[in-house]
Design a protein around this ligand. Structure first.
Ligand SMILES: Nc1nc2c(c(=O)[nH]1)N[C@H]1C(S)=C(S)[C@@H](COP(=O)(O)O)O[C@H]1N2
Ligand SMILES: [Mo]
Length: 245
């Protein structure tokens, strides 16, 4: 019965309609994806190592903000004050069904909640409870083309003159703990932590967890994105692209 309710939720999401960039029938596909996703998740859970998860008692009283902590644009501030009704997350690149998702649609999808530890290379950690749909579900709905090898995350912020971005491989993209989070500790993500959407990719270091997400792009190669090293810190300071922990 629970599962039916969940799928009904996905159906409502479809009725609300994610807007199409091109093609037809994203709704049906998302429903089908939500169904087969459950199974895929269970398979992945059996075979894939999970990052440790913690209890509510372990949650850090304040989850520090790092890198960009604020977006100083009137349009962003206005959206922040109103719960981001018009924010769009696009899914583009090497997918059969490009789409643009509004926050209300993202909130209606099946969700995963996880309490995990964030480790920044600058030498601090914080434990937080994150909630959002699994990235794998979104990618399944968008249907990756066979050539797709990496998932690139585009962000709204500019740091030191360059747009922040990051990328991961498909193993991490389809990992069950990889989610597009919209809540931290049961509340909408605060501005300093990447409102309204940020990646959680729990087997990787902090800089991979792109904040202020605007777009997800499937690509065959990272050569033509940014400076070609797969991420903001990778391009600028030779940080490792694979930041596994
Ligand atoms: N868009 C964007 N994402 C980002 C950053 C940033 O400056 N901009 N900083 C990264 C770094 S180095 C870390 S440690 C985490 C910090 O997340 P927090 O601000 O929630 O602590 O976000 C990562 N993702
Ligand atoms: Mo970091």
């Amino acid at each position: 019965m629970k599962r039916r309710t969940m799928l009904a939720g996905a159906a409502a999401f479809i009725a609300a309609g994610c807007s199409k960039i091109a093609g037809t029938g994203p709704g049906e596909r998302l429903l089908a994806a939500a169904e087969s996703w459950n199974e895929a998740t269970h398979k992945a859970l059996r075979g894939d190592a999970l990052a440790p998860e913690y209890s509510k008692a372990d949650i850090s009283p304040d989850f520090r903000g790092n890198g960009t902590r604020e977006i100083d644009e009137p349009a962003y501030k206005a959206q922040l004050a109103n719960g981001f009704p018009d924010w769009e997350l696009t899914i583009t690149g090497l997918v059969e069904e490009p789409m643009a998702l509004k926050m209300e649609n993202i909130r209606k999808l099946p969700q995963r909640t996880q309490i995990t530890r964030h480790d920044c290379v600058e030498g601090w950690s914080a434990i937080g409870e994150w909630t959002g749909p699994q990235l794998g579900l979104l990618l399944e709905a968008a249907q990756l083309k066979p050539e797709a090898k990496y998932i690139v995350f585009h962000c709204a912020d500019t740091l030191g003159g360059s747009k922040y971005y990051e990328s991961i491989d498909l193993d991490d993209a389809f990992h069950p703990q990889t989610i597009i989070a919209h809540m931290l500790n049961g509340e909408p993500i605060p501005e300093k932590n990447g409102a309204p959407l940020r990646l959680r990719v729990e087997r990787q270091l902090g800089y991979k967890h792109a904040k202020y997400l605007t777009g997800i792009e499937a690509v065959a190669s990272l050569d033509d994105i940014g400076e070609g090293k797969g991420g903001y810190w990778e391009d600028r300071y030779d940080y490792q692209w694979y930041a596994g922990i």
